[in-house]
Design a protein around this ligand. Structure first.
Ligand code: MG
Length: 248
């Protein structure tokens, strides 16, 4: 069941989204060669708490971190730890918060130091694919119009669009209906209506779209171990078009 949010609820979601956006900006600033991902995790946890919010990922189905940090061929759900970042790495930072019972969820992938042009292009195209998807989140469209816009843009660069993990509705829970795939034919699924709130999150690979989960039970990597990028925003469908709730 898809929950349509009232104006009052949208305000709570804006609060949660703003804290996510600010935290991502803080972690982006702190991301540089030689910092360990568990240090980024600590900075994020402290910052979120200083905003009066709760880090939403910690303990979610037992997830051990406050944020997800996924390096290079890691697609999503990387666990912060002792590994130090190196120049040339790309790091996906995925952050969720909850405040007043409402959730925000967003991710960015950042270049650490200097990355190869091939990697920077993957990051740029993945981010743009997110905006192509968001542009379709308008009243009267159907859900898969978002999916199709993401897939067709990313595949025009011969990248692999991850199938096994998808975006989601968000509100009083981090994951609500509907699922938001990053692939599919247009014109299918539920009609988009004002008050729908969605986390749209393309995961785009340099090579194959296929992924594997590592033995830690969390970290998702590309099957061919080529690099991957991930960008996410929480958005609301409104009568005035899509509103990005996790933007600064
Ligand atoms: Mg998400």
């Amino acid at each position: 069941m898809i929950f349509l949010k009232s104006d009052r609820e949208l305000n709570y979601l804006r609060d949660a989204g703003k804290i996510v956006a600010k935290t991502l900006a803080e972690i982006k600033k702190a991301t540089k060669p030689d910092i360990a991902t568990n240090e980024l995790d600590r900075i994020a946890a402290d910052f979120i708490k200083s905003c009066g919010a709760i880090p939403a990922f910690k303990g979610y189905h037992g997830f051990p971190g406050h944020i997800c940090t996924s390096i290079n061929e890691e697609v999503v759900h990387g666990i912060p730890g002792l590994r130090k970042l190196k120049s040339g790495d790309n790091l996906s930072i995925d952050i969720g918060t909850v405040i007043n019972g409402y959730y925000g969820d967003a991710a960015i992938t950042v270049a650490v130091g200097e990355v190869d042009a091939e990697i920077q292009k993957l990051l740029d195209v993945t981010e743009e694919s997110l905006y192509k998807g968001i542009a379709q989140a308008i009243t009267g469209n159907r859900l898969s119009d978002i999916s199709h816009a993401i897939q067709s843009y990313a595949e025009s660069f011969d990248y692999g669009v991850v199938r096994d993990f998808v975006g989601h509705g968000i509100g009083r829970s981090m994951h609500e209906d509907p699922q938001v795939p990053n692939y599919g034919s247009p014109g299918r699924g539920p009609k988009l209506k004002p008050g729908m709130t969605l986390a749209i999150e393309p995961m785009i690979n340099l090579g194959t779209h296929e992924v594997r989960t590592l033995a830690d039970g969390w970290t998702v990597v590309t099957a061919d171990r080529k690099r991957s990028a991930h960008f996410e925003h929480t958005i609301a469908v409104t009568t005035d078009g899509p509103e990005i709730l996790t933007k600064l």
